[in-house]
Ligand binder design. Structure first.
Ligand SMILES: [Zn+2]
Length: 71
């Protein structure tokens, strides 16, 4: 579901809105004050994944699985 987070510069509040098509982003109005002076927020949830690309190498995972078969 394409739920975007917006920040209203009129009432200084954040709100979320379901936007089906990208062109409708310009039509979104503030849920609190009905203002149109809003900014779309960059979703933080998808960019804060810890250790992405810097975590455990694939070789370490395969080595772990082989050692688990030792017993
Ligand atoms: Zn507002």
């Amino acid at each position: 579901m394409p739920i975007y987070e917006f920040h209203c510069e009129d009432c200084n509040k954040n709100f979320e809105s379901l936007v089906m098509i990208a062109s409708a982003l310009d039509d979104v109005t503030c849920k609190h004050c009905k203002g149109s002076n809003i900014k779309k927020m960059i979703s933080a949830t998808s960019s804060t994944q810890p250790l992405k690309g810097g975590g455990i190498p694939a070789g370490a995972l395969s080595g772990c699985s082989s050692s688990s078969g030792f017993s």
